[in-house]
Design a protein around this ligand. Structure first.
Ligand code: ATP
Length: 131
C-alpha cells in the first residue's frame, strides 16, 4: 500500500509502506493493506510507518487521514521527519509551554500553550521514540 504525507508547502513522504500507525482525534489506530476505507481527523502527534526493514516516524500536526484502495493520504498543516527534528529546540519549547501552563490564567493562552506542548511532545517522540 502507499502513503503520502502532504502539507501546504511540500510532499513530506510519498512511498510504499507495509504498516501505518497514527493518532486520530478519537485515539491511535493502525492500518494494514486491504483495510476498509477510513476518513478521520488527526490529532497533533506522530505517524509511524513500517517499510520492509525500517520504521520511520513523522510528526503530523492535525489534519485529515484518508485511506481507500490501499492508498493513504495525510493532509496536514505541518509534518516533519523525525530525523530532521532539533531535539534541543523541542525540549526548550516543551519547557516554555509547561511554564506558561503553570502560570497562565486567560483560557486563550492556555489553549495556545497546550497546542505548543503537544507539538513539542510529538517532536520529541518522533526524534527520540519517547516524550
Ligand atoms: P518553537 O517555539 O521552537 O518555534 P513551535 O511549536 O512554536 O516551536 P511551529 O510554529 O510549530 O514551532 O513551527 C514553525 C517552524 O519551525 C515549522 O517549519 C517547523 O517545522 C519548525 N520547527 C519547530 N520546532 C522544530 C524542531 N524542534 N525541529 C525542527 N523544526 C522545528
Amino acid at each position: 500500500m502507499h502513503l503520502k504525507i502532504i502539507t501546504h508547502d511540500k510532499v513530506v513522504f510519498d512511498e510504499d509502506v507495509n504498516e501505518i500507525y497514527t493518532r486520530g482525534v478519537d485515539g491511535e489506530f493502525g492500518i494494514l493493506k486491504d483495510h476498509v476505507p477510513v476518513m478521520t481527523a488527526l490529532d497533533i502527534g506522530i505517524t509511524k510507518v513500517v517499510q520492509d526493514n525500517t520504521t520511520r516516524t513523522f510528526t503530523t500536526m492535525g489534519g485529515v487521514f484518508q485511506f481507500k484502495d490501499n492508498v493513504a493520504t495525510i493532509l496536514t498543516d505541518l509534518a516533519e521527519d523525525g530525523n530532521d527534528i532539533d531535539v534541543t529546540r523541542a525540549k526548550s519549547a516543551k519547557e516554555r509551554a509547561e511554564a506558561r501552563l503553570s502560570e497562565s490564567k486567560a483560557e486563550i493562552d492556555a489553549k495556545r500553550a497546550e497546542a505548543a506542548l503537544a507539538r513539542a511532545k510529538a517532536r520529541l517522540k518522533a526524534a527520540l521514540g519517547k516524550d
